[in-house]
Design a protein around this ligand. Structure first.
Ligand SMILES: Cc1cc2nc3c(=O)[nH]c(=O)nc-3n(C[C@H](O)[C@H](O)[C@H](O)COP(=O)(O)OP(=O)(O)OC[C@H]3O[C@@H](n4cnc5c(N)ncnc54)[C@H](O)[C@@H]3O)c2cc1C
Length: 242
Protein backbone atom coordinates (compact mmCIF):
# COMPACT_ATOMS: atom_id res chain seq x y z
CA UNK A 1 0.00 0.00 0.00
CA UNK A 2 1.66 3.25 -1.06
CA UNK A 3 -0.24 6.54 -1.17
CA UNK A 4 -3.75 7.49 -0.14
CA UNK A 5 -4.87 7.28 -3.77
CA UNK A 6 -4.51 3.49 -3.75
CA UNK A 7 -6.78 2.91 -0.77
CA UNK A 8 -10.19 1.68 -1.81
CA UNK A 9 -13.30 2.29 0.24
CA UNK A 10 -15.07 -0.79 1.56
CA UNK A 11 -18.58 -1.09 2.99
CA UNK A 12 -19.00 -4.34 4.87
CA UNK A 13 -20.92 -6.03 7.64
CA UNK A 14 -18.59 -7.11 10.43
CA UNK A 15 -18.96 -9.06 13.67
CA UNK A 16 -17.71 -8.01 17.09
CA UNK A 17 -14.74 -10.04 18.37
CA UNK A 18 -14.16 -8.30 21.73
CA UNK A 19 -15.91 -5.54 23.69
CA UNK A 20 -14.00 -4.11 26.64
CA UNK A 21 -14.32 -1.20 29.08
CA UNK A 22 -10.77 0.18 29.13
CA UNK A 23 -11.33 3.08 31.58
CA UNK A 24 -14.37 4.20 33.62
CA UNK A 25 -15.52 6.27 30.61
CA UNK A 26 -13.85 4.72 27.56
CA UNK A 27 -15.06 1.61 25.78
CA UNK A 28 -13.15 -0.30 23.10
CA UNK A 29 -14.49 -2.76 20.54
CA UNK A 30 -12.60 -5.02 18.15
CA UNK A 31 -14.34 -6.22 14.99
CA UNK A 32 -13.34 -8.81 12.45
CA UNK A 33 -11.50 -7.26 9.49
CA UNK A 34 -13.31 -7.86 6.20
CA UNK A 35 -11.28 -9.41 3.38
CA UNK A 36 -9.64 -6.70 1.32
CA UNK A 37 -10.30 -3.91 3.83
CA UNK A 38 -7.54 -1.33 3.43
CA UNK A 39 -6.51 1.75 5.36
CA UNK A 40 -3.40 3.78 6.01
CA UNK A 41 -2.24 4.69 9.53
CA UNK A 42 -4.61 5.92 10.72
CA UNK A 43 -7.81 6.91 8.92
CA UNK A 44 -11.41 6.88 10.14
CA UNK A 45 -14.55 4.96 9.21
CA UNK A 46 -18.28 5.31 9.45
CA UNK A 47 -19.48 2.80 12.04
CA UNK A 48 -23.20 1.95 12.02
CA UNK A 49 -25.33 -0.37 14.12
CA UNK A 50 -28.75 -0.66 15.69
CA UNK A 51 -29.43 1.75 18.58
CA UNK A 52 -32.51 2.71 20.62
CA UNK A 53 -33.00 5.54 18.07
CA UNK A 54 -32.74 3.27 15.00
CA UNK A 55 -29.68 2.46 12.95
CA UNK A 56 -27.09 5.25 13.36
CA UNK A 57 -23.64 5.91 11.91
CA UNK A 58 -20.86 7.92 13.59
CA UNK A 59 -17.44 8.83 12.25
CA UNK A 60 -14.82 6.97 14.29
CA UNK A 61 -11.07 6.84 13.99
CA UNK A 62 -9.58 3.40 13.76
CA UNK A 63 -7.72 2.69 17.01
CA UNK A 64 -5.32 0.17 15.55
CA UNK A 65 -2.68 -0.21 12.87
CA UNK A 66 -3.44 -1.72 9.44
CA UNK A 67 -0.80 -4.33 10.35
CA UNK A 68 -3.22 -5.84 12.93
CA UNK A 69 -5.70 -8.57 11.93
CA UNK A 70 -8.82 -6.78 13.29
CA UNK A 71 -10.51 -3.35 13.23
CA UNK A 72 -10.58 -1.58 16.60
CA UNK A 73 -12.52 1.49 17.75
CA UNK A 74 -12.53 3.31 21.10
CA UNK A 75 -15.15 5.81 22.26
CA UNK A 76 -15.80 7.97 25.29
CA UNK A 77 -19.19 6.79 26.49
CA UNK A 78 -22.07 9.26 26.91
CA UNK A 79 -25.87 9.02 27.24
CA UNK A 80 -26.39 9.26 23.46
CA UNK A 81 -28.12 6.26 21.81
CA UNK A 82 -25.08 5.46 19.64
CA UNK A 83 -22.67 5.48 22.57
CA UNK A 84 -25.00 3.40 24.75
CA UNK A 85 -25.34 0.82 21.96
CA UNK A 86 -21.56 0.86 21.31
CA UNK A 87 -20.84 0.11 24.96
CA UNK A 88 -23.43 -2.70 24.91
CA UNK A 89 -21.95 -4.48 21.86
CA UNK A 90 -21.07 -8.10 22.56
CA UNK A 91 -19.04 -10.70 20.63
CA UNK A 92 -21.04 -11.88 17.61
CA UNK A 93 -23.08 -8.65 17.28
CA UNK A 94 -23.07 -7.06 13.83
CA UNK A 95 -22.18 -3.59 12.59
CA UNK A 96 -21.54 -1.95 9.24
CA UNK A 97 -18.16 -0.41 8.63
CA UNK A 98 -17.65 2.10 5.82
CA UNK A 99 -14.14 3.31 5.07
CA UNK A 100 -11.49 4.25 5.30
CA UNK A 101 -11.37 8.03 4.95
CA UNK A 102 -9.21 11.00 5.86
CA UNK A 103 -5.72 12.41 5.61
CA UNK A 104 -4.56 12.11 9.22
CA UNK A 105 -1.79 9.76 8.21
CA UNK A 106 1.71 9.04 9.50
CA UNK A 107 4.61 10.37 7.38
CA UNK A 108 6.78 7.29 7.51
CA UNK A 109 10.08 9.10 6.95
CA UNK A 110 9.88 11.95 9.51
CA UNK A 111 10.29 11.85 13.30
CA UNK A 112 6.81 11.94 14.83
CA UNK A 113 5.43 13.77 17.85
CA UNK A 114 1.96 12.43 18.66
CA UNK A 115 -0.17 14.68 20.88
CA UNK A 116 -3.31 13.07 22.34
CA UNK A 117 -6.03 14.70 24.43
CA UNK A 118 -8.17 12.05 26.15
CA UNK A 119 -10.03 9.85 23.67
CA UNK A 120 -7.90 11.46 20.91
CA UNK A 121 -5.45 8.65 21.67
CA UNK A 122 -7.29 6.29 19.28
CA UNK A 123 -5.59 7.00 15.90
CA UNK A 124 -2.29 7.83 17.62
CA UNK A 125 -2.19 4.40 19.27
CA UNK A 126 -2.68 2.97 15.77
CA UNK A 127 0.23 5.02 14.43
CA UNK A 128 2.46 3.83 17.29
CA UNK A 129 1.48 0.21 16.57
CA UNK A 130 2.26 0.71 12.89
CA UNK A 131 5.72 2.19 13.60
CA UNK A 132 6.48 -0.75 15.91
CA UNK A 133 5.08 -3.51 13.67
CA UNK A 134 6.79 -2.13 10.55
CA UNK A 135 10.01 -1.38 12.48
CA UNK A 136 10.07 2.14 11.09
CA UNK A 137 13.48 3.73 11.76
CA UNK A 138 11.92 7.01 13.01
CA UNK A 139 11.63 8.26 16.61
CA UNK A 140 7.97 8.38 17.72
CA UNK A 141 7.17 10.36 20.88
CA UNK A 142 3.66 10.36 22.35
CA UNK A 143 2.46 13.14 24.68
CA UNK A 144 -0.80 11.89 26.17
CA UNK A 145 -2.99 14.10 28.34
CA UNK A 146 -5.67 12.38 30.47
CA UNK A 147 -7.94 13.73 33.17
CA UNK A 148 -6.87 11.26 35.85
CA UNK A 149 -4.63 8.21 36.09
CA UNK A 150 -7.58 5.81 35.84
CA UNK A 151 -8.68 7.58 32.62
CA UNK A 152 -5.45 6.68 30.77
CA UNK A 153 -6.69 4.41 27.97
CA UNK A 154 -4.59 1.58 26.51
CA UNK A 155 -1.87 2.16 29.11
CA UNK A 156 -0.70 -1.46 29.07
CA UNK A 157 -0.68 -1.62 25.27
CA UNK A 158 1.35 1.60 25.07
CA UNK A 159 3.88 0.26 27.58
CA UNK A 160 4.13 -2.93 25.54
CA UNK A 161 4.83 -0.82 22.43
CA UNK A 162 7.73 0.93 24.21
CA UNK A 163 9.21 -2.54 24.79
CA UNK A 164 8.55 -3.63 21.19
CA UNK A 165 10.01 -0.42 19.70
CA UNK A 166 12.99 1.26 21.40
CA UNK A 167 12.34 4.38 19.29
CA UNK A 168 8.86 4.84 20.85
CA UNK A 169 8.47 6.91 24.03
CA UNK A 170 5.38 7.93 26.02
CA UNK A 171 4.99 10.94 28.32
CA UNK A 172 1.74 11.08 30.29
CA UNK A 173 0.31 14.20 31.87
CA UNK A 174 -2.81 14.46 34.05
CA UNK A 175 -5.07 17.52 34.00
CA UNK A 176 -7.55 16.80 36.80
CA UNK A 177 -5.69 14.55 39.18
CA UNK A 178 -6.12 15.47 42.87
CA UNK A 179 -2.90 16.75 44.46
CA UNK A 180 -3.40 14.00 47.04
CA UNK A 181 -3.23 11.20 44.45
CA UNK A 182 -0.16 8.98 44.33
CA UNK A 183 0.65 10.01 40.72
CA UNK A 184 4.36 10.84 40.58
CA UNK A 185 4.37 11.87 36.92
CA UNK A 186 3.66 15.13 35.14
CA UNK A 187 0.52 17.20 35.78
CA UNK A 188 -1.11 19.96 33.73
CA UNK A 189 -1.92 20.49 30.09
CA UNK A 190 0.35 19.88 27.15
CA UNK A 191 2.10 23.27 26.96
CA UNK A 192 4.98 24.98 25.16
CA UNK A 193 7.53 23.61 27.61
CA UNK A 194 6.45 19.98 27.14
CA UNK A 195 6.22 20.35 23.34
CA UNK A 196 9.71 21.87 23.23
CA UNK A 197 11.10 19.13 25.45
CA UNK A 198 9.53 16.44 23.23
CA UNK A 199 11.23 17.82 20.13
CA UNK A 200 14.76 17.77 21.63
CA UNK A 201 17.25 16.10 19.29
CA UNK A 202 14.71 15.57 16.49
CA UNK A 203 15.20 16.97 12.99
CA UNK A 204 12.05 18.50 11.54
CA UNK A 205 9.50 16.34 13.36
CA UNK A 206 5.90 16.21 12.18
CA UNK A 207 3.27 16.85 14.89
CA UNK A 208 0.01 14.87 14.96
CA UNK A 209 -2.69 16.41 17.20
CA UNK A 210 -5.89 14.58 18.09
CA UNK A 211 -8.70 15.27 20.53
CA UNK A 212 -11.65 17.60 21.08
CA UNK A 213 -11.64 20.92 19.19
CA UNK A 214 -10.50 23.10 22.12
CA UNK A 215 -7.46 20.92 22.84
CA UNK A 216 -6.42 20.67 19.19
CA UNK A 217 -6.84 24.42 18.61
CA UNK A 218 -4.85 25.34 21.73
CA UNK A 219 -2.01 22.96 20.87
CA UNK A 220 -1.95 24.16 17.27
CA UNK A 221 -1.65 27.79 18.41
CA UNK A 222 1.13 26.87 20.85
CA UNK A 223 3.11 25.11 18.12
CA UNK A 224 2.72 28.07 15.78
CA UNK A 225 3.89 30.42 18.58
CA UNK A 226 6.98 28.18 18.79
CA UNK A 227 7.46 28.87 15.06
CA UNK A 228 6.73 25.31 13.95
CA UNK A 229 5.72 25.60 10.27
CA UNK A 230 2.05 24.84 9.58
CA UNK A 231 3.00 22.12 7.08
CA UNK A 232 4.58 20.11 9.91
CA UNK A 233 1.41 20.10 12.01
CA UNK A 234 -1.42 17.74 11.14
CA UNK A 235 -4.57 17.15 13.16
CA UNK A 236 -7.83 15.26 13.55
CA UNK A 237 -10.60 17.02 15.46
CA UNK A 238 -13.19 14.85 17.22
CA UNK A 239 -16.20 17.12 16.64
CA UNK A 240 -19.16 16.34 18.87
CA UNK A 241 -17.19 16.89 22.10
CA UNK A 242 -18.10 20.59 22.42
C1 LIG B 1 -13.01 11.96 11.95
C2 LIG B 1 -13.62 11.71 13.31
C3 LIG B 1 -13.13 10.69 14.10
C4 LIG B 1 -13.67 10.47 15.37
N1 LIG B 1 -13.17 9.46 16.13
C5 LIG B 1 -13.65 9.27 17.39
C6 LIG B 1 -13.10 8.26 18.24
O1 LIG B 1 -12.15 7.52 17.87
N2 LIG B 1 -13.65 8.12 19.47
C7 LIG B 1 -14.68 8.92 19.92
O2 LIG B 1 -15.12 8.74 21.06
N3 LIG B 1 -15.20 9.88 19.15
C8 LIG B 1 -14.73 10.08 17.89
N4 LIG B 1 -15.27 11.05 17.10
C9 LIG B 1 -16.41 11.85 17.62
C10 LIG B 1 -17.70 11.01 17.50
O3 LIG B 1 -18.05 10.83 16.14
C11 LIG B 1 -18.86 11.72 18.24
O4 LIG B 1 -19.18 12.92 17.60
C12 LIG B 1 -18.48 12.05 19.67
O5 LIG B 1 -17.97 10.87 20.26
C13 LIG B 1 -19.65 12.59 20.49
O6 LIG B 1 -20.65 11.61 20.50
P1 LIG B 1 -21.82 11.58 21.58
O7 LIG B 1 -22.73 10.53 21.15
O8 LIG B 1 -21.23 11.48 22.95
O9 LIG B 1 -22.44 13.02 21.47
P2 LIG B 1 -23.79 13.42 20.75
O10 LIG B 1 -24.86 13.40 21.79
O11 LIG B 1 -23.98 12.67 19.47
O12 LIG B 1 -23.44 14.92 20.32
C14 LIG B 1 -23.13 15.97 21.24
C15 LIG B 1 -23.23 17.30 20.47
O13 LIG B 1 -22.26 17.35 19.41
C16 LIG B 1 -22.88 17.45 18.13
N5 LIG B 1 -22.14 16.52 17.24
C17 LIG B 1 -22.07 15.18 17.36
N6 LIG B 1 -21.27 14.66 16.43
C18 LIG B 1 -20.83 15.70 15.67
C19 LIG B 1 -19.96 15.80 14.54
N7 LIG B 1 -19.37 14.70 14.00
N8 LIG B 1 -19.73 17.03 14.02
C20 LIG B 1 -20.31 18.13 14.56
N9 LIG B 1 -21.13 18.10 15.64
C21 LIG B 1 -21.40 16.90 16.18
C22 LIG B 1 -24.32 17.02 18.33
O14 LIG B 1 -25.18 17.65 17.40
C23 LIG B 1 -24.59 17.48 19.76
O15 LIG B 1 -24.88 18.86 19.81
C24 LIG B 1 -14.74 11.29 15.84
C25 LIG B 1 -15.25 12.32 15.03
C26 LIG B 1 -14.70 12.53 13.78
C27 LIG B 1 -15.26 13.66 12.93
Amino acid sequence: MGGLGEVTVTIARVRVLESTRVTPTIHSVKFEKPAGFQFVPVQFCGLEFATSAGSLEYPMSLACSPTRPYLEFGARVSESPWKQAFAALRPGDEAEVDGAYGHFVLHEESPAILVAGGIGITPLKGMAEYAADRRLPIPVRLLYSSRTEEEIAYRGELEQLTRQNSRFEVEHTLTRSAETSTWAGRRGRIDAELLTQASKGLTEPVYYLCGAAAMVEETYRTLRSLEIPADRVTYEVFRGYG
